[in-house]
Design a protein around this ligand. Structure first.
Ligand SMILES: Cc1cc2nc3c(=O)[nH]c(=O)nc-3n(C[C@H](O)[C@H](O)[C@H](O)COP(=O)(O)OP(=O)(O)OC[C@H]3O[C@@H](n4cnc5c(N)ncnc54)[C@H](O)[C@@H]3O)c2cc1C
Length: 337
């Protein structure tokens, strides 16, 4: 067990925030994690994946455990399906590419999402019409307070829009060590109805797309729209898209006839947070090194030396102004630590 003290997390979070961990270690297997937990006498450790969905607002006065558990394998193939297991510390996008090489479909729409496999169930990652829960089979996790291993099926995870039991009542309770996915070996279900995907496929003259065509289209769209964290610090969408009751939406529609919206089921309407933020004039605004990205208002960025508190302050101002104008309270998608 190698525990270091006072370690900079700057290169371990995509916002590039200069926070420090009082104690820091990396684990490469469940057994190593359990061994670390057996010896650790301090407060409950904090689990870190790729740091792509975190805003550190100060130093972390705890043990930070970085999940480096690797491994991926098809555990079973049957009747056009494959059950594939991956270690929680695997890089998500590399896992997607590996699945494509193996001819496995289901997660191609989730190409190029930063972070780790183990963090993917935490907020039920989603993009371009597909969510993790669509392909999720089960996961294994170790309880941080006891070191006990637990298995979770789909029901137990309580997946919702950018949400799961691990963001709610079990927040910070577990380290997810292994995830099993239910993928297709063929024929694959192609999800190409998203406008931007359709446009790229049409421009490329593709009428009968493969899973790799979809992945490449998604990579092209994401690369043109989202800031690369290597160049500009960010954590993707900072806020969730609010889902508001139909009645409240009807009132908004009267005042703002061009409001962008989508049905969200059960009397709810989803309004893109980026649109609301843009209407309040925040897009492209910069305060020191903290800013609202010029190409996508939903993304807050660190141009270099912004602190977590600078970003949080900007987020708070945005929340207040959207609330004032639309009466809608934005909720962060990013984990503020
Ligand atoms: C440019 C960019 C684009 C993005 N686009 C999308 C998108 O399209 N869709 C989407 O859903 N998300 C998106 N994200 C957000 C992010 O990529 C995902 O939420 C990702 O799953 C986070 O993984 P991570 O390993 O970096 O988690 P981290 O940021 O390290 O951790 C996030 C949270 O999960 C916890 N955690 C991490 N690993 C584990 C584990 N193994 N067990 C238990 N808890 C854990 C942490 O304690 C923390 O609370 C984007 C981010 C960026 C920077």
């Amino acid at each position: 067990m190698d525990i270091q003290e006072n370690v900079s997390l700057r290169h371990l979070n995509t916002f590039g925030i200069d926070a420090r961990a009082q104690y820091y270690t990396e684990i490469h297997s469940s057994a190593e994690l359990q061994e670390t937990l057996r010896h650790w006498k301090g407060s409950t450790p904090f689990v870190l994946g790729g740091g792509s969905n975190i805003l550190f607002t100060g130093d972390v006065g705890r043990l930070v455990i970085r999940n480096r558990i690797k491994g991926r394998e098809a555990v079973r193939r049957q009747a056009g399906k494959a059950w594939v297991a991956a270690g929680g510390g695997e890089n998500w996008h590399e896992f997607v590419l590996w699945c494509l090489d193996e001819g496995l479909g289901g997660i191609e729409n989730l190409s190029l999402i930063p972070g780790t496999v183990g963090a993917a169930p935490i907020q039920n990652i989603g993009a371009y019409g597909v969510e993790l829960r669509d392909v999720f089979h089960s996961l294994e996790a170790i309880e941080l307070s006891t070191g006990m291993e637990h298995a979770f099926g789909r029901e137990a995870c309580q997946f919702g829009y950018r949400d799961s039991v691990f963001k709610g009542p079990f927040r910070g309770h577990y380290c997810i060590t292994r995830v099993v996915f239910e993928l297709t070996t063929g024929p694959h279900q192609i999800h190409s109805s998203y406008g931007a995907i359709k446009e790229i496929l049409a421009a490329r003259g593709i009428t009968d797309p493969t899973i790799r065509d979809i992945s490449e289209a998604v990579i092209a769209i994401r690369s043109s729209k989202l800031p690369n964290p290597v160049q500009i610090g960010n954590a993707g969408s900072f806020f969730k898209n609010p889902e508001i009751p139909q009645q409240q939406f009807d009132g908004l529609l009267e005042r703002f006839p061009d409001i962008v919206h989508y049905p969200a089921g059960e009397g709810l309407v989803k309004v893109p947070a980026g649109w609301l933020i843009e209407q309040c004039g925040w897009k492209g605004q910069r305060f020191g090194d903290a800013g609202c990205y010029e190409k996508q208002a939903l993304v807050l960025v660190n141009y270099g030396q912004a602190s977590g508190k600078d970003i949080l302050q900007l987020a708070q101002k945005i929340v207040d102004s959207v609330d004032e104008k639309f009466g809608v309270r934005l909720m962060p998608e990013v984990n503020v630590v």
